[in-house]
Design a binder for this molecule. Structure first.
Ligand code: BES
Ligand code: ZN
Length: 470
């Protein structure tokens, strides 16, 4: 569970103390920059190799006893370079202590360290044999932000592990056990609503999840600090598997739907980060947790469901289930005061079509905070882009039979109409943010393995720190 994710990160692989025995890494772009720093033999060896100094290429040089004496890292950018490339290359070095004293000023140390931590991530739980690699350690004397990066790396491991777990393991029962352990770990209060109380108080969560034998439920975690300067409510979509329900998805559309709880994973990841930073805030986390399954109990197209807020919803498509479970959680959340109300959800395929897998679209009722989020996202290598709560599209949400429909048939602006649907349950909260995440990396890249991916968390975590705790 959570410890399993955290234990795979060795915080000691980065050190900011001055260590005695270290191997120096030289970052350079041409021979003249390095000549003075190497022995004649090493320099002539490098020349013989005709080393090209291309960004991320490296050579390990020996001393006369055959031990590693230094590493030369190329920094010449001939074309667009991948994010996290240097950290990823450093992670491949043989086990030893390496000293990074003069990292080029125009390079980003945050990116290097985060990339280094994330490059060790793998999800090998279900491989018959998996051997753990002997890791190199990096010594960056006087680097100040080590903890922030470590906590982000921890969150990323937690989030990726949760998303990567298949739905035959991570179902609502397992998720409940996970959340209990998470709550113990962070000393938060936990309330679980299920059964008759769920049916009565959270009718939409019950309706969406009732077809499965793994019963639907709502998790509420509360973390309280005295003298808190911020009340933050995070809500995450916890659909452990999305078949689409009676509006069954195609095989292709369903293949990755174990990731439909990536919103829930993200809010736990963000909570982990904020609590580890020891910020003085009050945090509430709500996770409606269901399986959108098929059985004779499935809710149907044409059903009219009455939400916790009393608004009626006509079901046009049972595959638009995320907004239903979030709607009841949102209504509940607004019954108590909070400064920022946030939803994270893999809500629409339209968001992925608009932004692709790398950029996370978000919606914000507050312009200033949206600007800050964008800037923070760029700073911490977690790109986000604002989409509008465009009011005129509200008409798409009307129904001939009741107050709202859950899936406008026009199919236009799907991410926006989904966000507008959620907004209807926020009582026009003064600061409402919604992240429509993809939660998945489609191709292995430096620092990013194929599979579950944390999105929007670093940008929001950083924006919150900057606005409220600076
Ligand atoms: N989980 C999906 C959204 C999704 C699909 C996210 C693919 C990322 C990748 C969600 O529950 C869904 O199926 N939404 C429908 C809504 C539609 C029926 C209005 C969609 O986007 O197709
Ligand atoms: Zn769906």
């Amino acid at each position: 569970m959570i410890q399993k994710s955290l234990k795979r990160i060795n915080s000691k692989i980065i050190s900011n103390k001055t260590l005695k025995k270290t191997i120096t890494i030289h970052f350079c772009s041409k021979f003249s920059e390095i000549e003075e720093k190497l022995t004649t033999a090493n320099y002539s060896f490098l020349k013989q190799l005709n080393f090209d100094f291309n960004y991320g290429n490296y050579v390990i040089l020996p001393d006369i006893n055959g031990k590693i004496s230094s590493v030369i890292f190329g920094m010449k950018k001939t074309r667009k370079v991948s994010k996290f490339l240097i950290g990823s290359q450093l992670s491949k070095l043989p086990k030893n202590n390496y000293l990074i004293k003069n990292y080029p000023k125009n390079e980003n140390t945050f990116e290097l360290i985060l990339g280094f931590y994330l490059s060790f991530y793998s999800f090998k739980e279900y491989h018959k044999r998996s051997k753990s690699l002997k890791k190199p350690t990096l010594n960056l004397p006087n680097y100040k932000k080590k903890n922030k990066i470590l906590y982000f790396a921890e969150s990323e491991y937690v989030v990726r592990d949760l998303i990567n777990l298949p739905a035959n393991i991570l179902n609502p029962n397992y998720f409940e056990e996970y959340v209990k352990k998470f709550s113990n770990f962070h000393n938060t209060k936990l309330k679980i609503v299920c059964g008759k109380s769920l049916k009565k108080d959270f009718p939409l969560i019950h309706e969406v999840g009732k077809a499965s034998s793994n019963k639907p439920r709502l998790f509420e975690l509360t973390y309280k600090r005295s003298n808190s300067s911020l009340n933050l409510t995070l809500i995450g979509k916890g659909v452990c598997f999305d078949t689409g329900g009676l509006n069954l998805k195609s095989g292709f559309g369903m293949i990755n739907m174990k990731k439909d709880m990536s919103g829930a994973a993200s809010v736990l990841g963000l909570a982990h980060y904020l609590i580890r930073l020891n910020l003085n805030l009050n945090l509430r986390i709500l996770i409606p947790c269901v399986e959108n399954s098929l059985s004779e109990k499935s809710f149907r197209p044409g059903d009219i469901l009455i939400s916790r807020s009393s608004k009626g919803i006509e079901i046009k498509n049972t595959d638009a289930e995320g907004r239903l479970i979030l709607a009841d959680a949102l209504t509940y959340s607004t019954e108590k005061k909070s400064d920022i109300l946030v939803t994270f959800a893999s809500l629409t395929g339209a968001a992925r079509v608009a932004m692709g897998p790398d950029i996370t679209p978000f919606f914000s009722t507050c312009d200033d905070f949206a600007d800050l989020l964008k800037k923070s996202g760029d700073k911490v290598f977690d790109p986000v882009w604002r989409l509008p709560f465009y009011k005129d599209y509200n008409k798409e949400l009307s129904s001939e039979f009741t107050d709202l429909n859950n899936a406008p048939l026009s199919g236009m602006a799907g991410a926006i109409t989904a966000a507008l649907f959620l907004k209807k349950f926020t009582k026009s909260h003064n600061m409402f943010l919604h992240f429509d995440i993809f939660g998945w990396n489609t191709k292995s890249k430096p620092g990013k393995t194929y599979g579950g991916l944390m999105q929007g968390v670093r940008s929001l975590g950083t924006a919150i720190e900057e606005k409220f705790f600076n």
